[in-house]
Design a binder for this molecule. Structure first.
Ligand code: ADP
Ligand code: MG
Length: 627
């Protein structure tokens, strides 16, 4: 085309496309999911803009927020069109080729090791999956602010953009034309497309139509020249009714008449609606099946592994602030969950206002430590026709957030309550459960803890209001937990009579801590000591001062009291000279004091940290951070 401008794909994008083109990945269907998802995003965007400016929607067909699919068997083209926001020329250049998304190289790496393309949508490069089935792709797009353009590429390292002077004007939106590869002709079968759209569009909130063929019976004249004669015949025969001979004759005439008009099959086309746009969160939780929640989670999280979410909570909040929400605990934590935790906003809740999608980057809905949850909030109280910034400052958000946190913590608490492994340690409260459920719920809290335990600890640090609720969710190993996880409540239930404080020790590993001289006496006297081995635990314990009326005591710090020790005073007195001499001898070593110890058994002496100073473990952590 003479007005085409040529561009080269950014290097990472080009590599990604090569991999996709040459991929042996068998589940090629996923391209359709990605295209529908992009169309739906584009429709969400224009609908959002229309809240503050109705004009943007345009008139007539252009204003219809829908998706259309067409098949052209002769030309071997599958096309998908949306009336979404569209792309300007600049958008086309940037979004489809020259600017790599941050996830691109991560995905390329993952692809090379696993070959699994299923997660492509999570990495923000879903569009390129079209090259699983097509060797030539055209993207025709019209944005309100620009003319209509065509992007095209054969995935040979380059793409071209031309002003569109030959296709039908789109009004607004995007049409993607896939020129299907020979081995992908199945995507021209209507039945296949219908099946796939149904599968992938269950949670798409816009109507999706297919240009569907329909066989209809039409009556056509058998022989056009004779038709008038036959009609006359028919008239005569009916007037001669009653006479036997004539009746016979007239029957013969009928036989002749039959081919007068004949039925033939004719193919007509019409738009057929393929999805039901009733949103799952508007339905009653009782009516939604486990399978539906699982599928909804997959589409929401763009996580198409077959794993079930660990838990979910679907509820309606009523009162001053009304909203519906669905929250999910994912089956696994993403690898980068705690990377640059304090510098990035990773909001994972989608916000809708009265069914209209507003944003998925709304970090006011959940605190950082709960950002591992996925889900959706649909509010009836928030105003629709205001900007995102104004929404962000709306007073109901605080109430929504508060309720969401409560519900989220309840949901997590329930994972523990329903886990038979958790209750096995408790003798007081037996949780009733059916056998089948037991199997599925068994070990779930340990699994949760291994994936997201750090978030609970960060919550204790960040969220003073819910600190106690979060502390209940805390798990750790201890000198008596027998290699399993235990909780503060369980610890307290095992406390010795007369024991006032909750004892803990921090370090790099359980193995190292078990040998610690600080534990000698405590162990001998049968006191339980918690092992905290995660670097974040040191910070955690600066915030978690008490639980259930009991103080926490680091056993490597000053202030440890183990029952009553009557000999103590005597010993102090008799070793006074020695301790004094030691203090003098260690004067240059920053030693504050030398004392007779009540915590040792075999070890002759040990270095203890002052009550408000850093523990030795904390010193180690701080040093490794500054290195
Ligand atoms: P993602 O959808 O995760 O952003 P994709 O690779 O699927 O990644 O799409 C890349 C970008 O191309 C989108 O972010 C969007 O800006 C643009 N895009 C793709 N399809 C459409 C469409 N149908 N309408 C408008 N923009 C689109
Ligand atoms: Mg996409």
């Amino acid at each position: 085309r003479n007005n085409a401008e040529k561009f080269e794909f950014q290097a990472e994008v080009s590599r990604l496309m090569d991999i996709i083109i040459n991929s042996l990945y068998s589940n090629k269907d996923i391209f359709l999911r990605e295209l529908i998802s992009n169309a739906s995003d584009a429709l969400d965007k224009i609908r959002f803009l229309s809240l503050t400016d109705k004009e943007v929607l345009g008139e007539g067909d252009t204003s219809k927020l829908e998706i259309q699919i067409k098949l052209d068997k002769e030309k071997k083209i599958l096309s998908l069109r949306d009336r979404g926001i569209g792309m300007t020329k600049e958008d086309l250049i940037k979004n489809l080729g020259t600017i790599a998304k941050s996830g691109t190289s991560a995905f390329v790496e993952k692809m090379q090791s696993s070959g699994d393309l299923n997660l492509i949508g999570q990495f923000g490069v879903g569009f390129y999956s079209v090259y699983l089935v097509a060797d030539y792709v055209e993207v025709i797009s019209k944005h309100n602010d620009d003319k209509q353009y065509v992007w095209e590429s054969k995935a040979d390292g380059a793409f071209a953009i031309s002003e569109d002077t030959w296709n039908e004007p789109l009004g607004r939106g995007t049409e993607i034309r896939l020129h299907l590869r020979d081995e992908a002709q199945e995507y021209l079968e209507e039945s296949k497309l219908k099946e796939l759209v149904k599968k992938y569009s269950e949670f798409i909130n816009f109507p999706i139509y297919i240009w569907a063929s329909k066989e209809v019976d039409v009556e056509v004249p058998a022989d056009e020249d004779d038709s008038s004669d036959e009609e006359e015949h028919a008239d005569t025969s009916s007037s001669e009714e009653g006479e036997d001979e004539d009746a016979e004759k007239s029957e013969d005439d009928d036989a002749e008449k039959k081919p007068k008009t004949k039925k033939v099959k004719e193919t007509t086309y019409e738009w057929e609606l393929l999805n039901d746009v009733k949103a799952i969160w508007l339905r009653s939780p009782k009516e939604v099946t486990e399978e539906e929640y699982t599928k909804f989670y997959h589409s929401l999280a763009k996580d198409f592994s077959d794993e079930k979410p660990m838990a979910w909570s679907h509820f309606t909040a009523e009162g001053d602030v009304e909203f519906k929400a669905v929250l999910f605990v994912p089956p696994k934590a993403p690898q980068d969950l705690y990377e640059s935790y304090y510098n990035t906003n990773k909001a994972n809740l989608k916000l809708y206002v009265r069914r209209v999608f507003i944003s998925e980057e709304f970090d006011e809905l959940l605190p950082k430590y709960l950002s591992f949850l996925k889900g959706l909030v649909d509010s009836d109280t928030l105003p629709l026709n205001v900007s995102r910034e104004m929404l962000q400052a709306h007073s109901s958000l605080k109430t929504i957030k508060k309720k969401l946190i409560r519900k989220a913590l309840d949901m997590i608490r329930k994972i523990a309550e329903e886990d038979p492994d958790e209750s096995s340690g408790k003798d007081d409260k037996e949780v009733e459960k059916s056998g089948d459920d037991d199997d599925e719920k068994k070990g779930q809290y340990t699994k949760f803890w291994n994936e997201f335990g750090k978030s609970i600890k960060l919550g204790i640090i960040e969220d003073a209001t819910n600190r106690n609720r979060l502390a209940k969710l805390l798990r750790f190993e201890s000198t008596k937990s027998d290699g399993k996880l235990t909780s503060l409540d369980q610890y307290i239930s095992r406390m010795k009579s007369g024991q006032k404080d909750i004892f803990y020790i921090t370090g790099t590993s359980k193995e190292q801590l078990e040998k610690s001289p600080f534990l000698e006496r405590l162990k001998k006297k049968n006191y339980e000591v918690i092992f905290f081995t995660d670097p974040v635990d040191e910070y955690l314990m600066q915030y978690l001062m008490d639980y259930d009326g009991k103080q926490f005591q680091n056993v490597s710090k000053e202030g440890l009291k183990i029952g009553k020790d009557s000999k103590n005073k005597e010993l102090k007195e008799s070793f006074k000279e020695l301790t004094k001499w030691w203090k003098g001898a260690l004067a240059s070593e920053n030693v504050d004091e030398v004392k007779i110890s009540n915590r040792l058994d075999n070890t002759p002496c040990v270095v203890v940290t002052s009550k408000f100073g850093w523990s030795a473990n904390m010193e180690r952590i701080m040093q490794s951070q500054t290195l």
